[in-house]
Ligand binder design. Structure first.
Ligand code: FES
Length: 232
């Protein structure tokens, strides 16, 4: 067992756990976008940054940093909030302000963090990208301009479903998730919708019909089908 402190609270964690997993297991929330508990961490969004000691406090991504004995972790500070604000402001450069009609509005991980960090100004400017809205599937709609490139949909489709129907195209600021992968086409399982933290991939049949908080959970009776419900 490994003993450490997170935000002054004494924690014990299994060897091999990451800081973020240890925090989750103890009810301490660390912001995240690319991390999903069903997927291998890739450490790309940097929103889960925390400060660790001993030594001078140094920022590390908590989703890929393993816990260590006597580690002291700080999850919230003025400096960390500043880092997170910068990352979010960069993500928001190209994000549309269509939250009121977005199917994910009110349960969007990006919206929640922007609100929590009180971001109301955009200091950065860049050429506005106009990605193509993808309405070709009978069951799934994609809004590439809402995408935060967390790669959750690409990873779940490739690593859980085995379809690899989604993949990254282009590099840097022009990176987009593209449909129609080299292995096989979409199976309409809904796993990508289940893991998307924003409204970039939505259920066409469900759109505008209800808000998430108006739904009730029912025990599932279907056998394992590769669908999104087993991811939570
Ligand atoms: Fe850790 Fe994205 S959640 S880098």
């Amino acid at each position: 067992m490994i003993y450490l402190k997170i935000d002054g609270k004494e924690i014990h964690a299994e060897p091999g756990m990451t800081i973020l997993q240890a925090a989750d297991a103890n009810g301490i929330y660390i912001p995240r976008l690319c991390y999903h508990k069903a997927l291998s961490p890739i450490g790309s969004c940097r929103l889960c940054v925390v400060e660790v000691k001993p030594g001078p406090p140094r920022p590390v991504p908590s989703c890929t940093t393993p816990v260590a004995d006597n580690m002291e972790v700080t999850t919230r500070s003025e400096r960390l909030d500043r880092y997170r604000r910068e990352v979010l402001q960069l993500l928001l450069i190209n994000h549309p302000l269509d939250c009121p009609i977005c199917d994910k509005g009110g349960e969007c991980e990006l919206q929640n963090m922007v609100r929590e960090l009180k971001i109301s100004e955009q200091p950065y400017q860049a050429v506005k990208l106009v990605p193509k809205y993808d309405n070709l599937s009978p069951l799934i709609e994609r809004y590439p301009d809402r995408c935060v490139n967390c790669e959750r949909c690409v990873r779940v489709c490739r690593d859980w479903v085995g379809a690899a129907a989604l993949y990254f195209d282009n590099r840097g600021y022009r990176t987009t998730v593209t449909a129609g992968g080299p292995v096989m086409d979409c199976e309409f399982c809904g796993s990508c919708i289940a893991v998307c933290p924003v409204g970039a991939i939505v259920d066409k049949t469900f759109k505008y019909s209800a808000r998430a908080w108006e739904l009730e959970k029912e025990p599932a009776v279907c056998p394992y089908c590769g669908g999104g419900c087993h991811l939570f």
